[in-house]
Each structure stands twice: as structure tokens, then as C-alpha cells.
Write a protein that binds this ligand. Structure first.
Ligand code: DC
Length: 229
């Protein structure tokens, strides 16, 4: 059977990773959250005292092969991500320090080129559900299933609070709202690959839906596409 690529894009804390992982499990596909790659690079930048606005140095970290991912459904995150030799877990990836500057790191065209190339190489190996901001528009423009997942800011604040609590990271609802709105502004306003629904993406507003309901909705879309193929 041909490889199946499913692109799931959307703003911060819209539930992309939960839904993408659930969908991958439901369809027996592999899964990658590309946000974790930008977060791993940001973690490494903090560790090596590389400034978030130093595009050349950040690109160098990518090209040195220091950020790696392995698709592995049995891993705690549903895939493995490494910064140097260290495998990173949710607490490191979701730390407040990383979250504060990840949108700045991710805005550099030189960084995005390296990340997009790595993501395409992963997709070239086979079927995958990939979550991010630019998967349907830039990384996998030919993906037969593209979803743009949105939710109200209040719903996203609540989801992010629960996600951080699970990761053991402290948070306040007030600050989370500011952080999410600020990252929306940066991610949607950047010059290269801004957060945008692909013209052929299906938009799903999940404010009033459970993750399982969203997974079922997308699974039905995938079945429809498979039936047509
Ligand atoms: O989905 P997330 O919150 O973990 O993503 C972290 C940041 O990475 C987000 O603020 C923007 C960036 N990102 C991106 O620019 N492109 C992607 N495909 C995924 C994430």
C-alpha cells in the first residue's frame, strides 16, 4: 500500500499532539510532533548558551546532527527526540525557559530549512502522522489528508495547563493565556512559513470536542481518502 501522510497543523495548545498521537495509534501509523524538534533545538541553545537570535549558530547546531528524532510508537512521547546524546522528555521540552523563546528560534529561515529537510526525510521513509505549524503548507504539501486544528484561547489555556501539570511544570492560567497569545502572534506573523491553514486543509474547531471525538472525525476523513485512492 502507498505511504499515507497526515498533516495536522494548528496554533499552540490546540490539541495537535494528543490528537495526532491518538490518530496514529488508531490507524497503526507512526507519529511525529515537529514542535518537539524546535523545542529540542531551543533546549540545546540554552544549554550551549547560543542566543535565540543567532541564526547561523542555531543552524550550525542543526547541521552538526545534534538534533535527531526516531519514530517509535512505544517511546513515552510516541517518538524519540535527542539533543546531542541526551534523549529529552516532556519536562525538558515543555519547560518555561524553552517555551519562552522557542518561537524566536523557530522563526529563522536557516533553522526552518534544516528542520523541514529532516522532516521530509522522515516522511520519505513511510506513512506518518505529522503535527506542527507548516506541515500541510510547506513540509508535506502533497499530503492527502490535511487538518487545521483550532480551539478557543480559553480551551487551549486549559489544555496547556493540564499538559504542563502532567509534565510537572508549574504554570498560572493568567500567564498561560499571555504566553499562548504571544506565541500565536509570533507563529502567525513570521515571514517564513507562518501558521496558516493550507487551502486544501479541513479545519476542525475542537473547543467543544474531546480528543477522542477529534480522532474519530479525522479517522473518518482518512478512511474516505483511502476509499477514493
Ligand atoms: O507545537 P509546539 O508548541 O510544541 O511548538 C513549539 C514552537 O515551535 C511553536 O511556537 C512554533 C514552532 N513550530 C514551528 O514553527 N513549526 C512547526 N512545524 C512546529 C513548531
Amino acid at each position: 500500500m502507498r505511504a499515507l501522510h497526515v498533516a495536522i497543523d494548528g496554533p499552540a495548545a490546540s490539541g495537535k499532539t494528543t490528537v495526532a498521537r491518538g490518530l496514529a495509534a488508531r490507524l497503526h501509523l507512526l507519529y511525529l510532533d515537529t514542535g518537539a524538534m524546535y523545542r529540542a533545538l531551543t533546549f540545546l541553545a540554552l544549554q550551549t548558551r547560543t542566543e535565540a537570535d543567532n541564526a547561523a549558530a542555531l543552524r550550525h547546531l542543526c547541521e552538526a546532527g545534534l538534533i535527531r528524532v526516531e519514530l517509535d510508537a512505544a517511546a513515552p512521547l510516541g517518538f524519540r527526540v535527542f539533543a546531542g546524546d541526551a534523549e529529552l522528555g516532556e519536562a525538558a521540552l515543555q519547560s518555561n525557559e524553552v517555551t519562552a523563546i522557542v518561537s524566536t528560534v523557530a522563526a529563522h529561515p536557516a533553522v526552518r530549512e534544516a528542520m523541514v529537510a529532516a522532516q521530509r526525510a522522515i516522511a520519505a521513509r513511510g506513512s506518518v502522522v505529522m503535527a506542527g505549524r507548516d506541515i500541510g503548507t510547506v513540509v508535506l504539501p502533497d499530503a492527502p489528508v490535511k487538518i487545521f486544528l483550532t480551539a478557543s484561547v480559553d480551551a487551549r489555556v486549559e489544555r496547556r495547563r493540564a499538559q504542563l501539570a502532567r509534565a510537572g511544570v508549574d504554570s498560572s492560567t493568567h500567564l498561560l493565556k499571555e504566553e499562548i497569545e504571544e506565541r500565536d502572534r509570533l507563529d502567525a506573523g513570521r515571514a517564513v512559513a507562518p501558521l496558516l491553514a493550507a487551502p486544501d486543509a479541513r479545519t476542525i474547531d475542537s473547543s467543544e470536542m474531546s480528543a477522542d471525538q477529534v480522532v474519530e472525525t479525522i479517522a473518518a476523513i482518512v478512511e474516505g481518502v483511502r476509499a477514493e485512492a
